[in-house]
Design a binder for this molecule. Structure first.
Ligand code: AP5
Length: 213
């Protein structure tokens, strides 16, 4: 199963990708996570990406396309994957199509999450992420048992640099201009599934499953 998750920042792509990974045993391929890891490891790619990410801007198409090509060629992607945060521009979508065609593969479903803007801002400003295992929390809707500490591995939680309100607004603007046009792109290809992203993560997940299976 090969799935693309579309939707604005905070729509729940990462949350649902992790649930799909658990349920179907396919890897979550998140360009955001890959770039944040590169930044943490202080690689050349990571240093350049961090400046753009912290400002809420997109990383260059060629850079992320290179990252994705390498990642989906890996062994664990052989039986499928969930793309979380890629593609994000028409150029990325076209290059992905070319890459998959070269590999004799195709996308089964493109899931687009619809969530209202105020809910997106609330979700992002309250998000806390584990600095070690990447588990995700929310200050009010999914708090850890002990404030600031990961339930899974005990490491400390942090707030992403780009989850400050001003940067979130910038990310939402860029989503509208660069990423929202992908809905029409995939609608024309006939595999777009639009899902209401409100309600609990479990409720959203059952809507996702009903569309992708
Ligand atoms: P990326 O990491 O992909 O961020 P994003 O797309 O902005 O999405 P988020 O991770 O913020 O939100 P999400 O939809 O995954 O929601 P989540 O499940 O976490 O990208 C970051 C940056 O990297 C970009 O700005 C760019 O610079 C760069 N980048 C990445 N990919 C790129 C690309 N392809 N091209 C160029 N640049 C790229 O949920 C958010 C919060 O809400 C959490 O706290 C969660 O617990 C909570 N929540 C989730 N679901 C629910 C629910 N149903 N009810 C209540 N709360 C919920």
């Amino acid at each position: 199963m090969r799935i693309i998750l579309l939707g604005p920042p905070g729509a729940g792509k990462g949350t649902q990708a992790k649930m799909l990974k658990e349920r179907f045993g396919i890897p979550q391929v998140s360009t955001g996570d890959i770039l944040r890891k590169a930044a943490q490891d202080n690689t050349e790619l990571g240093r350049q990406a961090k400046i753009l990410m912290d400002a809420g801007k997109l990383v260059q198409d060629d850079t992320v396309i290179g990252v994705i090509r390498g990642r989906i060629a890996q062994e664990d992607c052989r039986n499928g994957f969930v793309l979380d945060g890629f593609p994000r521009t028409i150029v990325q979508a076209e290059k992905l199509m070319d890459t998959l065609e070269d590999m004799d593969l195709s996308i089964d479903a493109v899931v687009d999450f619809v969530v209202d803007s105020q809910a997106l801002i609330n979700r992002l400003t309250g998000r806390r992420t584990c600095s070690d295992c990447g588990a995700m929390y929310h200050e009010t809707s999914r708090p850890p048992k002990v404030r600031g500490v990961c339930d899974v591995c005990g490491a400390s939680l942090y707030q992403r640099e780009d989850d400050k309100e001003e940067t979130i607004k910038k990310r939402l603007e860029i989503y509208q201009s660069e990423t929202a046009p992908l809905k029409e792109f995939y609608q024309k290809q006939g595999n777009l599934k639009t899902i209401q992203g409100g309600g609990s993560a479990e409720e959203v997940f059952s809507r996702v499953c009903s569309k992708v299976t």
